[in-house]
Design a protein around this ligand. Structure first.
Ligand code: SF4
Length: 267
């Protein structure tokens, strides 16, 4: 395997986009604060974190960037040994998630997310899909929130949310367009692998590839394939996304991953 194309890096133009991403997250932070004032507030069960997410490489880059920043903050506060311990334990948890036998490519698993440890350890920079759950989308049956008379929760919708989701999609597209010449950035991947691809050197990525199931190394190509409920509900219309996919020579894949629709990450 040639892992040189799987190793990713963050440059200064990406950091500007992470700032814009944080502004989009601010919309969802506000919505969440409104949601938590009322009857349908999150009860903090953590049950929705029993999942193995697949997210776009852009958000993997943002998470990895913030983990590196956290590394230096720990160093400043507690010294280099503590910072190394923080980074090693973070990487260990992500690597461990690459051996999850129960994980299936629709995200289902019996384990908690690699970033869950009695709560989300990346809460301030967790991905959009986590922010959307129960704020701008319905919740699954396992969620212990109160329900309305129809058996559902009330969640937020309307033009400001549609615009926020479009802005999110625009950012992913902008990031991907800027990376075209580098390849392997415009894809939806298993989050632990995507984040590790920014944190581990080529050699270790190569070793990981040899030791782990190929299911973790499959991707959905393209910014238009960020497969979450909210992009169907609020973002660009499906025909816009389908056209973008067709123009790029890819299939559109939403929540129903059919066998054969994912492609192995280029080696
Ligand atoms: S990133 Fe955080 S909020 Fe999202 S599933 Fe993982 S632990 Fe839960």
């Amino acid at each position: 395997m040639n892992t040189s194309s799987m190793r990713h890096s963050v440059d200064s133009s990406d950091i500007a986009l992470f700032g814009q991403l944080d502004m989009v997250y601010n919309h969802l932070r506000y919505v969440e604060s409104e949601q938590n004032k009322g009857k349908f507030a999150c009860k903090g069960s953590g049950r929705c974190c029993k999942i193995g997410l697949r997210i776009h490489m852009f958000e993997c880059a943002s998470i990895a960037y913030h983990i590196r920043q956290q590394y230096y903050l720990v160093m400043e506060d507690k010294g280099k040994d503590a910072a190394d311990e923080f980074m090693n334990s973070t990487v260990d948890r992500l690597v461990d998630a690459m051996f999850d036998e129960d994980w299936t490519d629709d995200g289902k698993t019996t384990r908690f997310c690699a970033f869950y440890d009695n709560g989300c350890t990346i809460y301030g920079y967790r991905p959009m899909v986590c922010r959307a759950f129960g704020t701008i989308t319905h919740v699954d049956d396992y969620c212990p929130r109160e329900r309305n008379e129809y058996g559902h929760i009330d969640y937020f919708s309307g033009p400001p949310i549609e615009e926020a989701v479009k802005a999110f999609q625009d950012l992913i597209k902008k990031y991907s367009d800027g990376k075209k010449k580098d390849g392997n950035y415009d894809m939806v991947v298993y989050m632990p692998l995507g984040v590790l691809s920014f944190l581990l050197p080529d050699e270790q990525l190569g070793e990981l590839y040899q030791k782990t199931d190929s299911k973790f190394w499959m991707s959905a190509e393209g910014w238009f394939n960020y497969r979450t409920h909210f992009t169907k509900l609020y973002g660009y219309d499906k025909d816009v996304l389908t056209k973008a996919a067709n123009d790029a020579g890819h299939d559109i894949i939403f929540d129903d991953v059919e066998e054969g629709t994912l492609v192995e990450i280029e080696r």
